[in-house]
Design a protein around this ligand. Sequence first.
Ligand SMILES: Nc1ncnc2c1ncn2[C@@H]1O[C@H](COP(=O)(O)OP(=O)(O)OP(=O)(O)O)[C@@H](O)[C@H]1O
Length: 487
Amino acid sequence: MDSETMSLRSSLEEMLDSLRRRGEQPTDLPPALPARPNARGRLPLARRSLPVDFKIECKTSKGTKKKGGEIEDWILKNGEGAIFKNGIFGRKRIRAENQPEESPYFEMAEGNRFKGRDEKVDDLAASTSSVGRSDEKMKNAADYVLKKELRAWCWLPTGKWELGKVQSISGNNARILLSDAKVLTVAVENLSPANPVMLDNVDDLIKLSYLNEPSVLHNLKQRYSHDMIYTKAGRILIAFNPFKDIPLYGNDYMVAYKQKTSDSPHVYAVADTAFSEMMRVGTSQSIVISGESGAGKTETAKFAMQYLVAVCGGSEIECEVLQTSCILEAFGNAKTCRNDNSSRFGKLIELHFNPSGRICGAKIETFLLEKSRVVQQARGERSFHVFYQLCAGAPPLLKEQLNLKPPYEYEYLKQNDCLTIDGVDDAKRFHKLMEALDIVKISKEDQEKAFAMLAAVLWLGNIAFTVIDNEDHVEINMSEGTAFVCM
Ligand SMILES: Nc1ncnc2c1ncn2[C@@H]1O[C@H](COP(=O)(O)OP(=O)(O)OP(=O)(O)O)[C@@H](O)[C@H]1O
């Protein structure tokens, strides 16, 4: 095992140990998530014009009937041989028992919508006994789709989804009129039902009649294009990174969410719900923020903390809590190819409240810091912010004491020729860092020790060695770095 893996393992072990120490069993299990529809296509309500609660039937090319999980397995194994591989829309051919007045699927709506899995399998078994009628039913379904000029998403060979209207269906192919007036012939298995226009821009994905991939992406994209970066998916909040300042934050918004006069999806609403539930139920609440690098997790966590601090306090401790971000980011964040302020560690932030709902303490645990970044960074990336901040912003006396040079003088910092970040003033950030350290009451003496350690690390990187024989023995080169580190 190499040393890096060893250090990662030990960090991981440390984290697990610390989690274990925090209690073997969570005493505050989160409430069960509400039942959510199948992501492949939630069946719409009976009153809507689209097909509802169809049954699945399956017959192999040899005529044997299959049901339940067998169907899925069989379709996967048999590919093109699966005659029911795809219906009018999507993977499943669906059929209704009775002919509705308007929709060929009407009858199934109320009775079967909330049936459990076993009941549905029973339905499936029943439905396979009437395969003979399926062609007629499918024709009705096709007629219905055509009559209503239903919109559908087409999966194009280019790998994109395109919205169009179904013009005609013949065999396994459908002709689709696209928005640019082009007509495409698409295999029906490459179609997914689109939601009616009235559902454009809905603020909660569970309001969509069809929860398929293109419909979800379309909805999120539309909202994003109107700077609506938050969307709900039931109890989950989806947050998009706008990469620009959007006027969605600040006092007025906080008041609106506190007084519940706004119910648009927002990180403030999530923080408010967590706080209200904590006060109501009397147990700890967690907000889990996840996403890929650059998705906006750190910013979102900061907005959530700002909200909690604003509505639950006004005393000194809250101010200290907010200042921790500045310190953590200086020491643990760095510029990467994906994010100019990427957190190179994980963190667990606890805010402690007293019985009256005021913040009375906080605890931050960090884990898995990417230590190797100190000595090596990928092209276009920097080491941790604090090194550049120290070099740029240290007061003259400190600079002299620590023999500080500009970043390009240090091997650890200059290796990638990436010394600055557009729009970021490292010197100013250093002053903010010192203020934050003062606010969280780190003594001047401890601050100086920390800065001396950082300077020592930089100088250590400047020590060079020369191989002096064939057995790879080395000798240290005398240089400014060597002299300074040995002092
Ligand atoms: N809600 C927002 N409003 C404005 N800008 C934002 C918002 N969220 C993120 N950003 C911008 O995107 C950048 C990256 O976001 P952030 O650092 O929060 O991502 P992250 O998910 O924490 O990334 P990493 O995992 O690399 O740490 C921020 O520095 C900020 O410029």
